[in-house]
Design a protein around this ligand. Structure first.
Ligand code: NAD
Ligand code: WQD
Length: 332
């Protein structure tokens, strides 16, 4: 398969590219480098043993995207490109609607004009808002708590209307909390500035770059009082995209939605302890006030992905932490 990965140099896109190459497919990477650097392209060549086609472009440049689809005989697209910092979206809603909703509309127009109508879309567990029951299945009501999650919901609605109009085949993947890195230590998550998410911050504390982890609230209604999330190894997530692409080429409905999670939640304290064990480092922490808009617990019911895609997360917490630590210390 020739598959265009928008945002292909980003965290999840680069790991998906590695998984596609390992399975014998050809990813074509398109990225505007807003949150990635070209070194990822070089390291993907080391990991996969092949230099992948790369187009430096914005998904809102419809003509370039359409030309790329035709030139590389693309059969399907995985759309990762977009902005993802939830708190930032509250202060910059226009930038988020422009990049995420505007970017998707541009991509869809380009795909339509090139006659490529098979898409896998990166959505988020953020669309569930505050869970009304656990584990969260795909039928759980959706709710936009922030502009970021609203962009994902708008896009999901646009895709549903497109599916009803015919010709398109699409899979929406709602990711839970991706963590970890490629086993080589050459690919991983490297946020710009201070990380917003727990695990990149914990890795930097383990490396001595910050004095301690702030635990945002220890008075939640959870066993140890700290927030519980469904952390999923990024390589498991990457392989979920392979399964979704295979589904597009089977006799599938026009649009299907799947949770990609493990089905098991861990608390902030459990994550810090697991990372300390995997890295052999002391990880100091202190309790800080709750972060606005955080929910107490959120974890997936991943059974639909298992039943329909034949996909399940295989890697455990130790592997998530060990691989993230390898990437942190190797600093490629
Ligand atoms: P990332 O920032 O590492 O990757 C996104 C990539 O897209 C970056 O390389 C960036 O340079 C590129 N990009 C951004 N805007 C672009 C544009 N207009 N045109 C072309 N390229 C552009 O993020 P990620 O963690 O790999 O996330 C990928 C997707 O998955 C995003 O859509 C995100 O919303 C979604 N998602 C991420 C998480 C998470 O926790 N990482 C969870 C749920 C959903
Ligand atoms: C996890 C837990 C925090 C940092 C976000 C987005 C979601 C998705 C994944 C894109 C929570 C606690 C965190 C810290 C802490 N992204 N925490 N100290 O908020 O579950 O999900 O990323 O789609 O949409 O909202 O992930 O890693 O930020 O937080 O105590 O320094 O860690 O309160 O309980 P979150 P996270």
């Amino acid at each position: 398969m020739n598959v265009l990965l928008t945002g292909g140099l980003g965290y999840i896109g680069s790991h998906t590219a590695a998984a596609l190459v390992a399975a014998g497919h050809t990813p074509i990477l398109l990225d505007n480098l807003a949150n990635a650097d070209l070194g990822v392209h070089d390291r993907l060549a080391v990991v996969g043993g092949v230099e992948l086609p790369f187009v430096c472009a914005d998904v809102r440049d419809t003509d370039t995207v359409a030309r790329t689809l035709i030139e590389h005989r693309v059969e399907a697209v995985v759309h990762f490109a977009g902005l993802k910092a939830v708190a930032e979206s509250v202060h910059m809603p226009l930038a988020y609607f422009d990049a995420n909703v505007g970017g998707t509309l541009s991509l869809l127009r380009a795909m339509d004009s090139a006659g490529v109508r098979q898409l896998v879309f990166s959505s988020s567990a953020a669309v569930y808002g505050t869970p009304r029951y656990l584990p969260v299945d795909e039928a759980h009501p959706t709710e936009a708590i922030t502009p970021y999650s609203r962009t994902k919901l708008h896009i999901e609605e646009i895709l549903a209307d497109l599916a009803a109009a015919g010709e398109w085949r699409m899979v929406v993947l709602r990711y839970f909390n991706p963590v970890g890195a490629h086993p080589s230590g050459l690919l991983g998550e490297r946020p710009q500035g201070t990380p917003n998410n727990l695990m990149p911050f914990v890795a930097q504390v383990a490396a001595g770059e910050h004095p301690c982890v702030e635990i945002f609230g220890d008075d939640y209604d959870t066993p140890d009082g700290t927030g519980i999330r469904d952390y999923i190894h990024v390589m498991d997530l990457a392989e979920g995209h392979l399964a979704a692409l295979q589904r597009l080429f089977a006799a599938a409905p026009a649009l299907e939605t799947f949770n990609l999670g493990t089905g098991r939640g861990y608390s902030v304290r459990e994550m810090i302890a697991a990372f300390a064990a995997a890295s052999g480092q002391d990880i100091p922490s202190r309790v800080a006030p709750r972060r606005g808009r955080d929910v107490a617990s959120c974890y997936a019911d991943p059974s639909r992905a298992a039943a329909v895609l034949g996909w399940r997360a295989k890697r455990g917490l130790a592997e998530m932490c060990e691989s993230a630590w390898r990437f942190q210390t190797r600093k490629p």
